[in-house]
Design a protein around this ligand. Structure first.
Ligand SMILES: [Fe+2]
Ligand SMILES: [Fe+2]
Length: 150
């Protein structure tokens, strides 16, 4: 019981995203494939959901856009997935429908992690010159030169 609580807490605390891929329905004699990654989760009734948005791949010289909000989480082994259902935008006078499940949760890349990564923040106005590169760490390999020094 305690272990379960721990997992739930960790899941709720950490931001995560899901990758997904699939294909649309066939309409006007063609379909589109697509891949994407959701946004990080937002709290909704019953748990959490993810916004997603992507452009399909080209078929018959056109693409469609897809965007929406996923279902709430569905527990599976090793974590959870979400269902993405909807209709693409209308392009070339038609749209397609899609219905896929995402992959498992994963840690998002390019997350801002606060002050620790301070140097990446843009300095206010003045555009100061970049700091001197840090001196290279001294080699730990013993060399005759290093041995000579006191
Ligand atoms: Fe999720
Ligand atoms: Fe299409």
């Amino acid at each position: 019981m305690e272990e379960k609580n721990e997992v739930t807490a960790r899941e709720a605390g950490g931001q995560h995203v899901h990758d997904y891929f699939g294909r649309t329905s066939v309409d006007r004699g063609h379909f589109h494939t697509f891949t994407g990654s959701t946004n990080v989760q937002t709290v909704v009734v019953g748990g959490h959901a993810h916004e997603y948005a992507n452009v399909t791949r080209v078929a018959e010289n056109h693409v469609h856009r897809m965007h929406g909000v996923s279902s709430v989480q569905m527990p599976v082994m090793m974590g959870h997935v979400h269902r993405l259902q909807g209709t693409t935008t209308v392009d070339d006078n038609h749209s397609h429908v899609y219905d896929v499940y995402t992959g498992l949760q994963r840690v998002p890349r390019n997350v801002r992690r606060g002050r620790f990564f301070g140097p990446f923040r843009l300095k206010a106005e003045g555009a100061e010159p970049p700091e001197e590169p840090r001196p290279r760490r001294k080699s730990r390999v013993r060399t005759p030169e290093a041995d000579e020094k006191p």
